[in-house]
Structure formats: C-alpha cells, structure tokens
Write a protein that binds this ligand. Structure first.
Ligand SMILES: [Zn+2]
Length: 132
C-alpha cells in the first residue's frame, strides 16, 4: 500500500524540537483520518505527533512555565497528592501550549519592530493595522 507521506518526505520536513519535552522529532508510522498509511512527525519520548518548534521558542516557553510566569491551560494543574508522572505530563502540556503563545509574541515583536523602523514616531490608532 502506498504511503501518503513517505518516511523520507516526513524526515525532510522535520524542523525544530518537540514542543512538549524539547526532544528530537522523528517520522512515526501511522494512518491518516481516512485510514491510509502515512508517516507523521512526532516525538517517541512523549508518544505524540508534533509539528515542532524552534529550540529558541521551546526554551522561552519552558522558562515561562517552570518559572511560574505563565500557565496556558487551567485544566492541566497539579492537585494535592499528584504523582510525579502526572506533574510531568501537566508541565509538558503547559509548555506545549506556551510555545504557541511565544511563537505569536515573537512574530508580533518582529512585526512591531519593522513598523517602528519604517515610521519611528507613528502612533497607531486602536484597531488599525498600522499599514498604510
Ligand atoms: Zn517530546
């Protein structure tokens, strides 16, 4: 049976690290939603599919969570008497969620920097994109 995405195609598309543990991503043999065999990028350590984030994004997201500056999900929280495995799982889920925010913030920061370079004294009206 023909693979929708071959192992080589999948491997060539991998960039970055696992958004949960920061580990290495590799092609994982699976089936897609239509039942066709395919390879998807994922983390064997976390047993999750993952599209990957840059190590820069992961490290910032990890610090936000570990240093208790940001929690993405209220439902992944440690209850009294939680096992070490569950605490680790919650932390990984929080880091993965924080990665989305960090990526967006870095993207916004870059966009805002470009705007200020173009017109350093421009005031941007609320609701305006600032693009003229
Ligand atoms: Zn992982």
């Amino acid at each position: 049976m023909k693979y929708m995405i071959t192992e080589t195609e999948c491997r060539n598309g991998i960039s970055g690290v696992c958004s949960r543990c920061g580990g290495e991503l590799s092609p994982m043999d699976t089936v897609d939603n239509s039942g066709n065999p395919t390879f998807w990028c994922g983390c064997k350590e976390c047993c999750c599919f993952d599209n990957g984030v840059s190590a820069h994004v992961y490290n910032i997201a990890r610090r936000l969570v570990v240093e208790q500056l940001f929690y993405r999900y209220s439902f992944y929280k440690d209850e009294p008497g939680e096992t070490a495995e569950m605490k680790e799982y919650h932390q990984k889920q929080q880091i993965s969620g924080a990665c989305d925010i960090v990526r967006k913030v870095l993207w916004l920061a870059e966009e805002e920097t470009e705007k200020n370079v173009l017109s350093p004294h421009a005031k941007i009206a609320p609701g305006s994109t600032g693009v003229r």
